[in-house]
Design a protein around this ligand. Sequence first.
Ligand code: FMN
Length: 189
Amino acid sequence: MNETLGSIYERSSVRKYKSEKVPENDLREILKAGFCAANGMNRQAIEFAVMENAGSIFKYSRKIISKLAEEARHSGNSNPIINRMAEDPAADIFYGAPAVIFVFAGQNAITPVEDGSLAVGNMMLAAHSMGYGTCFIGFAAGLGHDTEFLEECGVPAGHRYVACMIIGKPDGNIEKHPRSDVKIIKWIK
Ligand SMILES: Cc1cc2nc3c(=O)[nH]c(=O)nc-3n(C[C@H](O)[C@H](O)[C@H](O)COP(=O)(O)O)c2cc1C
């Protein structure tokens, strides 16, 4: 099996990290791999914010957990995962990862969600091939409307929040989450 296929099949979301920092050169390489992803009409509209400050990371995690718990209470749709996180002061949507990469799309993007998602896919595989673990954090999406967060990250007005990925050295064995057989609806020949 070639190395690329190896990374694709071996990668798995990591939810436990060592506290050691990811060297800046490695982060830059991984961001470059993200930026090199296919993107609508090659507008190159994807931009990144990297957060390594543990205090900031945990602050926004708690903010999101409170917000999600509040929204669940209001809507009457109680979510056990969110309730558990809200009751546990140590719960962290970013799993203690030493770095969090937020993906934004500039106003010139014609396919912002697709561009940002492909960038994350590239970054996950690049990171895996370099010995890092990653996980997409959909729970963080509410930060796209958080003024304090957008200001702290220096996100220009009009940019769209697209995605969030954590990264770091895995702590312990990486659990593999297997897939079923490929689902092909029809193959018309
Ligand atoms: C759009 C998206 C949002 C996700 N959000 C979260 C999240 O908030 N927290 C989390 O622990 N995992 C999250 N994940 C990771 C998935 O749970 C994970 O990819 C899936 O269970 C398959 O496992 P694998 O990545 O190890 O193959 C997300 C994945 C995607 C694609």
